[in-house]
Design a protein around this ligand. Structure first.
Ligand SMILES: [Zn+2]
Length: 317
C-alpha cells in the first residue's frame, strides 16, 4: 500500500529544531529572502518602491535613496512594530503550521516563552495573512455549499425538569453563528460567517462565478441558487451521496473546523469565528504540501500583508 503523504519524509521539510539552530544572521537572511524574493533579497522601499537603499553598519535599517524614508525588514508588513526577534517569529510560524488542528495562544505562549497576549495577537496576525489568500479570487467549476453552526453553546440545566429545548431560538444565547463554506471540488475552500444560511446566499452569488455547478443539501436557503447556477441537491435524510451529488468535501472542512474548536480552542467566540474559519480553510487547501512549503508560504503571506488595522496595538486599546 502506498504510504500516506503525511507519513512520508517528503511531508517533513521543516522542523522547529532546524529553525532554532539558525543564527540571528541566518534568520534575518531567511526573512529577507522571502520578503524581497523578486529582487533576490535586495531591499525595496515600501513607500516608493525604490530599489536603491543605503544600509547602516550599526543597525538593521535601510534608507531609500529616492525618497529618503527609513525602513526595516518588517516595515509596512503585518510584523511591523514586532516585539519578537526574527528567529522567534520564524519559530512561531513553524509551530503554527505544524499544528494540523490549529494551535492555541496558550500553548504558543508556553512554547515561545512569551506573554499570552503576544502569542494571541501573533497567531491572529498569521490568520489574517492566511485569509488574504483564502479570499483572493472567485470560485468556479463544481462547488459544494453547506452550512454548520458554531459557538453559542448553552449548558443544559442540572435537573431534567429545568431543561429547555436548546434548539429553539428563544433558548439560545444569541452568539451562535453559521459558517457557510463554498468548496471547489479538488480546489479552493472559502468560508463565510453569518447569522443564517439565508444571509449567506448573497455571499455565494458574490463568490462563485456564473455557469458553475452548485452542490447543496435540502436547506431551503439554497433554493434561490437554482435561478443562477446549475444546481444539484442531495437529501441527507435519504443518502450522503447520490450519483455524484454530495457535499462531502464541505463536510470534511467542517470536521476540521470542529476539531479545532473542540480539541484546540475549546471555545470559539462569534467575534473571532471568521478568523479560525479562514485559518482552517487555508490548512485544508494546503494539507498535501510539505510543511517547509507551508511555512514559506505563511511567511510570504505575512510579509506581503500590510500593517494589520485590527491587530496592531490590540491590547493598547
Ligand atoms: Zn523610497
Amino acid at each position: 500500500m502506498a504510504q500516506h503523504f503525511l507519513l512520508s519524509a517528503k511531508a517533513r521539510t521543516l522542523s522547529l529544531a532546524k529553525v532554532m539552530r539558525l543564527s540571528d544572521e541566518e534568520a534575518y537572511g531567511t526573512f529577507k529572502a522571502i520578503r524581497w524574493a523578486e529582487t533576490e533579497g535586495e531591499p525595496v522601499c515600501p513607500r516608493c518602491g525604490g530599489l536603491e537603499a543605503y544600509s547602516y553598519a550599526s543597525r538593521r535599517i535601510f534608507k531609500c535613496k529616492a525618497c529618503g524614508s527609513q525602513f526595516s525588514l518588517t516595515t509596512g508588513t503585518i510584523f511591523a512594530s514586532r516585539k519578537l526577534a526574527i528567529r522567534d517569529l520564524l519559530a512561531a510560524i513553524a509551530i503554527f503550521v505544524n499544528g494540523a488542528k490549529g494551535i492555541s495562544a496558550c500553548q504558543l505562549s508556553r512554547d515561545l516563552d512569551v506573554q499570552y497576549k503576544t502569542a494571541f495577537v501573533l497567531a491572529h496576525k498569521l490568520r489574517e495573512a492566511m485569509a488574504l489568500e483564502v479570499h483572493a479570487s472567485k470560485l468556479g467549476g463544481e462547488v459544494e455549499i453547506d452550512g454548520a453552526y458554531f459557538g453559542g453553546y448553552v449548558k443544559p440545566e442540572n435537573h431534567k425538569a429545568d431543561r429547555k429545548d436548546r434548539r429553539l431560538k428563544e433558548n439560545q444565547s444569541g452568539k451562535r453563528r453559521v459558517v457557510v463554506v463554498m468548496r471547489e471540488r479538488s480546489g479552493k475552500t472559502r468560508p463565510i460567517v453569518r447569522y443564517s444560511e439565508d444571509e449567506a446566499v448573497a455571499d455565494v452569488l458574490d463568490n462563485v462565478k456564473p455557469a458553475s455547478t452548485i452542490y447543496a443539501d435540502e436547506g431551503s436557503a439554497w433554493d434561490t441558487l437554482h435561478d443562477y447556477y446549475l444546481t444539484r441537491r442531495i437529501n441527507h435524510s435519504i443518502a450522503y451521496s447520490d450519483d455524484g451529488a454530495c457535499t462531502n468535501q464541505a463536510e470534511s472542512y467542517f470536521s476540521r473546523l470542529r476539531r479545532a474548536e473542540i480539541g484546540t480552542h475549546h471555545r470559539i467566540s462569534g467575534r473571532y469565528l471568521d478568523c479560525y474559519a479562514n485559518e482552517m480553510a487555508w490548512r485544508e487547501d494546503h494539507r498535501r504540501i510539505a510543511n517547509g512549503q507551508q511555512f514559506e508560504s505563511v511567511v510570504a503571506l505575512a510579509l506581503a500583508h500590510p500593517v494589520s488595522r485590527k491587530w496592531k496595538g490590540y491590547w493598547q486599546r
